[in-house]
Design a protein around this ligand. Sequence first.
Ligand SMILES: Cc1cc2nc3c(=O)[nH]c(=O)nc-3n(C[C@H](O)[C@H](O)[C@H](O)COP(=O)(O)OP(=O)(O)OC[C@H]3O[C@@H](n4cnc5c(N)ncnc54)[C@H](O)[C@@H]3O)c2cc1C
Length: 449
Amino acid sequence: MSDREHEIYDVVGIGFGPSNLSLAIALEEYRDNGRANGGENGRAHDQENEISSLFFERQPTFGWHRNMLLPSATMQISFLKDLATFRNPTSSFSFVAFLHASGRLPQFVNNQDFFPTRQEFHQYLEWAQARVADRIAYGSDVTSIRLLPGAVPELSDRLRLEVADAAGRAGRVVEARNVVVSTGLVPSMPEGTERDERVWHSSEFLEKYRRMNPAELRRVAVVGAGQSAAEITRFLYDELPHAQVSAVIPSYGYSVADDTPFANQIFDPGAVDDYYFGTDQTREAFWRYHRNTNYSVVDDEVIRDLYRRSYDDEVRGVERLQFLNLTRVTGVKRAGVETRVSLQVGPDAEVRELEFDALVCATGYNGMEPTALLGDLDRHCLRDEAGRYRMERDYRIVTDPEMRCGIYLQGGTEHTHGLTSSLLSNIAVRSGEIADSIVARRARKADVR
Ligand SMILES: Cc1cc2nc3c(=O)[nH]c(=O)nc-3n(C[C@H](O)[C@H](O)[C@H](O)COP(=O)(O)OP(=O)(O)OC[C@H]3O[C@@H](n4cnc5c(N)ncnc54)[C@H](O)[C@@H]3O)c2cc1C
């Protein structure tokens, strides 16, 4: 048994994207508040307010959808919906604080734009994570969460996590009183389509694209009708002036994302309560009326950019940008360096086979799925009639009553907490609620002792 096996934390985070970064900040600010309010008893407060934590991230360094950091892509939320502001408007971890530290605050304001580029938001996230770096282990893949060996749930207030290093070697084992799973969305490919060096999912786009010689990309296709599909289509059209770019769209054309003020209210922190405590009927209404704020929709600006390019081509008598509407991919075959794609095209579902040098599937993601990670522990987690995890309002999985450890989810809770579950809009408030819950449960346990 190595020394490391004795590491015990109040909270272990699995995955270190924006959600758990926001939680790390909430815990940091909780400790700092304790210090500030501690006065002469500062040391005692320090101990009370110290929630020990460690976050594991499988990537070697911080990275937020790096393969989609396309040059002109912008955020789909206001810069004020950052890692902390909605929870603590005076936080030193806000986007405004980052701009100030970077010497760009006046210039940003002059720009009069609520939506920074994704590249700038990524810089902000990197700046924030560097300030809590002592609590992050990069290159660390959590492979399992279990009860302590030999323990029965009611006797164990700790879970045991196994962690592999970047080379896949198992080794590190830590114990946690609470785990917060935030492993992100899972890329989804069209049925029967396998990824390879010329068939890519959008989540790997820039990495795969950069491996190619652009001159060899003369016919490329992008499948999908959402934001990523439209952004990649625009990118390829601009980057490859010699290439024909085909957009394979299941709908009749791109639909616009509704980000008008009334619709935007569904991303407000208060909407989580309305969803969580609502009836099945009201929850269904959220999805029926407001799916178009996020799913299979595209920002107005990108739609107009693409249409303008297509129209300009028409005026010049070239057909470099091709929109295959009402079209579905039915099969993909590799033939040397060529990719043969079978399609059902247009209103008559005409069957066609086209050849491309690269095919990008911007076909979306499935929700976060922690079942495999939970392994045997999963049988202590309760599910609803549809087989989904039952969730407490504080984002904790409802477990057998005797389970004393907390298993929290950041993501994968659309069915209980609504549309913001996989988005950034509410992460500051959500992380604050999770931090408060961990603190409150610790206090209750101390009272019981
Ligand atoms: C291209 C793109 C743009 C987007 N833009 C927006 C936007 O503008 N606004 C918005 O609200 N939402 C946006 N989203 C939605 C997106 O879900 C959120 O932006 C955000 O990534 C959610 O953060 P997260 O921390 O929950 O998950 P992620 O950012 O996905 O982070 C999860 C992390 O967990 C790590 N991980 C997974 N499994 C393990 C494991 N077993 N052990 C250790 N680490 C692990 C992964 O490497 C990853 O870094 C966008 C999504 C995409 C794909």
